[in-house]
Ligand binder design. Sequence first.
Ligand SMILES: *Cc1c(COP(=O)(O)O)cnc(C)c1O
Length: 369
Amino acid sequence: MNARIHLSAPDMSGTEERYLVNALRSGWVAPVGPDLDAFEVEIARRCGTAYAVGVSSGTAALHLALLALGVGPGQVVVVPTLTFAATANAVVYTGAEPVFVDCEPDTGNVDAGLVERAVAELRRDGRHVGAVVPVDLFGACADNRRLEALDVPLLEDAAEALGASRDGRPAGSFGRAAALSFNGNKIITTSGGGMLVTGDAALADRCRYLATQARQPVPHYEHVDVGYNYRLSNLLAAVGRAQLSRLDGMLARRRQLRERYAKTFAGVPGVRIVGESDHGSNCWLTVIAVEDRDAGWRAADLGAHLARHDIETRPVWKPMHRQPVYRGARAWLTGAADRLFATGLALPSGSQLTDAARQRVFDAIDEFL
Ligand SMILES: *Cc1c(COP(=O)(O)O)cnc(C)c1O
């Protein structure tokens, strides 16, 4: 009996086990310790930033960064409509209001020109735009350099993008700060975790302080702010360090898989790989878009076929402006995100997939085609 093939499962080895056991034996089981310190230094180096703060999730990193940028009630924050809900939810946690902007049809990344228009129109209406939060979708950087030129604080949601780059700069290095995720399905994982990266020492300090219950440095626990319990544990940081030491190999395997998908679908009418032209992508997820009129089948048909082979696929994120929880939020739309939602399918992309598992996926796709 073949095991189920997942979209992006954790890629663990003896290295993670060794790092974790060493951390456990070291006695640093509290949410601070040498592995957390080292993991922060190593991630900052990889992202080309001076500072990093390890936290309990990517969502927590987004939340803290928004707070540190001064985002709060009465403000609006510009978020792509095509993203995971965490990007918008973090805005709501601060008391600010998310507004949504549509994406580029080719990549699914936020349409930078439309962001510029949204910011201009919001200001014309007297709104305070607290931040713009582009998402590096499926592991390919958005046009962050162009968005940096806006005079609005930029927070890069790089949750999916560790190891990616654009314009010669690593994901995580854009804007005032960036958020990374080490959730179980991400490019590297600590089972759950995240990191805030930034070149701004004061911003990093503020986030570290807010992440540790906003404790003043006195023995009797003095508080002048409401803080959060958001720190990453030293044990999980040890797993993260092991994962990071293997990142390049994992990126290479995801890229190989992407290239094999590209070859498989080349010449299949109506099918393209979303963001295929972006060679700086970390290939976190390979997503195809299927125009049914040209293909003669729908993305969901391939999804159903693969499901019968116990192979997981998933539609593209349902756009935020379509989510009941964000009904009524202001949005700048072109129809591109709706189109990707209707036509997109994310395919198994994990670096842990064995050669035999990959072969099963491609045999099943060949059979369908
Ligand atoms: C995964 C993800 C997050 C949230 O990260 P968690 O670690 O799961 O909290 C935020 N934004 C995007 C785009 C993501 O894919």
